[in-house]
Design a binder for this molecule. Structure first.
Ligand code: SF4
Ligand code: SF4
Length: 509
């Protein structure tokens, strides 16, 4: 733990914080260097004509994304969103109020794109895009996890996440990118995954897991990779291959495939479900990263594509893979059409691992010993991108119910956290949207406050000691920040970790 970071005290009920102006003005994530920037096609450093280029890019985005223009014009400053952001709640910095974050861009929009702002800037709160303003953008648009909680409460549905994505896109276009996100995108292109794990290390890890599971269960559970002709291609976050507690969910997926008798494979080339192109609002990167999965699916000839426990990856897969890649109907280039013919139309393409497992449970294809999870009183943390950017199953709200149904099927003790902190109103873990970096640990710890308060409430009232989630970022973020709030880091884990504990694999177990 960083010595200088002090977690705010936990409170019993949500309290609108007192304002601490500029409290977070010096908390800035590292700026990407020239090598990182140029590797993914952005200018290496702040360009000389950054002002004109930034305004030009903003004009381009306002044309391209009509929603952005609506968001710039529609806000009536009602304040309904102001106390809904975990970063404002945790940091008390008024610039972390969603409306204030939008206004960082709106004030510039007014100056350059509205008649009133061009003629009477002071009257309408319009500002020139100065270097100070650009720096302020960098700071506060990298203090938004694009979680979209604020938009749930906005009467006009204004989505601050889209404003943040546009701002980051503009910043990248003038050579002012964020190190963490852009370095990771570079690694995906050069190595295949966010963590920079080369194929031999991956294969080694998977062999080790086979041995571990055999030792634990006596059963030969396989962790196949690059298998031509497998039925299922599993695309999962690279953290699942070695990070704790992520790896326990990977073991869970493998056990489910084994128990169901379905052939499956991972890919050394597409060894990452995450797509940080979303976080930086860059369509070209979003598509390029997604296309790796199509290439591998075509090469291996798989019939189904299943996505592991990763929040934003599932949002990208569910909402955008169809038009980006042809996984699902949408794109109509020759490779997309070839893939659509190849994939089995009887299944959802793509399928979330929770949909897959729940379907098997409903059909009675899996057996469990629920008592294996009796040491746990479990609660469920809805991840933002799953909750507010995707669906699961055929019913409305399936993304909320299916993971909970699985937990209830494999564990005897399940407790919900407070209503205003779950389902579509869930609070971000504090590390999403490209902020899971140690240079932002102060922000991450403070941004976790609302979730930690809700967790403490059920820990005290019901003895909750396990918070399940289906997002690699949530797992990594909570593992890091739980100790700041006096919880054990092992309190967080995956839904398929619980599945793994309880699943019965055969007569030998
Ligand atoms: S999208 Fe999330 S992090 Fe960003 S301003 Fe809204 S509530 Fe805060
Ligand atoms: S809730 Fe919507 S309209 Fe109200 S201040 Fe926030 S963004 Fe503006």
């Amino acid at each position: 733990m960083a010595e200088t970071v002090v977690a705010p005290p936990l409170r019993v009920i949500p309290i609108i914080p007192e304002l601490k102006p500029d409290a977070m003005k010096d908390v800035r994530s590292f700026v990407a260097n020239e090598k990182i920037q140029t590797a993914i096609g952005f200018p290496g450093q702040l360009v000389d004509d950054w002002h004109d280029r930034a305004i030009g890019k903003m004009g381009e985005l306002l044309e391209k994304y009509r929603s952005l223009k609506v968001y710039m014009d529609a806000c009536v400053h009602c304040g309904a969103c102001s106390d809904k952001c975990h970063y404002f709640i945790g940091t008390q910095d008024p610039k972390n109020m969603p409306v204030a974050r939008q206004d960082l861009m709106r004030s510039v929009y007014r100056r350059y794109f509205t008649v009133a702002g061009k003629l009477f800037p002071k009257l309408v709160g319009a500002r020139d895009l100065t270097r100070d303003v650009l720096d302020e953008w960098y700071t506060y648009f990298n203090q938004c996890s694009e979680c979209r909680r604020c938009s749930v409460f906005c009467p006009y549905g204004i989505d601050t996440a889209e404003v943040t994505m546009a701002a980051r896109e503009i910043l990248d276009s003038v050579g002012y990118g964020q190190k963490y996100t852009n370095e990771i995108i570079g690694k995906v292109h050069s190595i295949g995954n966010n963590l920079g794990l080369p194929a031999p290390a991956l294969i080694d890890t998977l062999q080790g897991l086979e041995e571990d599971v055999k030792e634990d269960t006596g059963v030969d559970v396989r962790f196949p990779i690059d298998v031509q002709g497998a039925e299922v291609l599993l695309i999962t976050p690279s953290a699942d291959f070695f990070a704790e507690p992520h790896i326990d969910s990977l073991i869970g997926y493998a056990k489910v495939f084994h128990a169901a008798g379905i052939s499956w494979t991972l890919s050394s080339k597409a060894s990452e479900a995450g797509n940080f192109g979303l976080f930086i609002g860059n369509y070209d990167q979003l598509r390029k990263i997604a296309l790796r999965i199509r290439e591998v699916a075509l090469e291996l000839g798989v019939k189904r594509i299943i996505v592991g426990e990763c929040g934003h990856a599932w949002r990208v897969a569910y909402s955008f893979w169809n038009t980006l890649t042809g996984i699902g109907a949408g794109a109509d280039d020759p490779f997309a059409l070839q893939l659509q013919r190849q994939l089995d139309g009887r299944y959802r393409q793509p399928t979330h691992i929770c949909e897959f497992t729940w379907d098997l449970i409903e059909r009675g294809a899996l057996r469990f010993d629920k008592s294996a999870n009796d040491p746990y009183v479990v609660t469920f943390h809805d991840s933002c991108n799953v909750a507010r950017g995707s669906r699961m199953g055929d019913l409305m709200g399936g993304q909320f119910e299916i993971p909970r149904n699985i937990i209830r099927a494999v564990a005897n003790h399940f407790v919900e956290m407070a209503d205003h902190t779950t389902r579509e109103k869930t609070f971000c873990c504090g590390g999403g949207g490209g902020l899971l970096t140690d240079d932002l640990i102060d922000l991450r710890v403070k941004g976790a406050l609302p979730r930690m308060e809700a967790l403490q409430e059920v820990a005290q009232s019901h003895g909750v000691n396990f918070m399940a989630t289906i997002c690699a970022i949530c797992k990594a973020q909570f593992s890091k920040v739980l100790p700041y709030y006096n919880f054990d880091r092992r309190v967080v884990g995956g839904v398929h970790q619980l599945v793994s504990n309880a699943i019965l694999l055969g007569p030998t177990q």
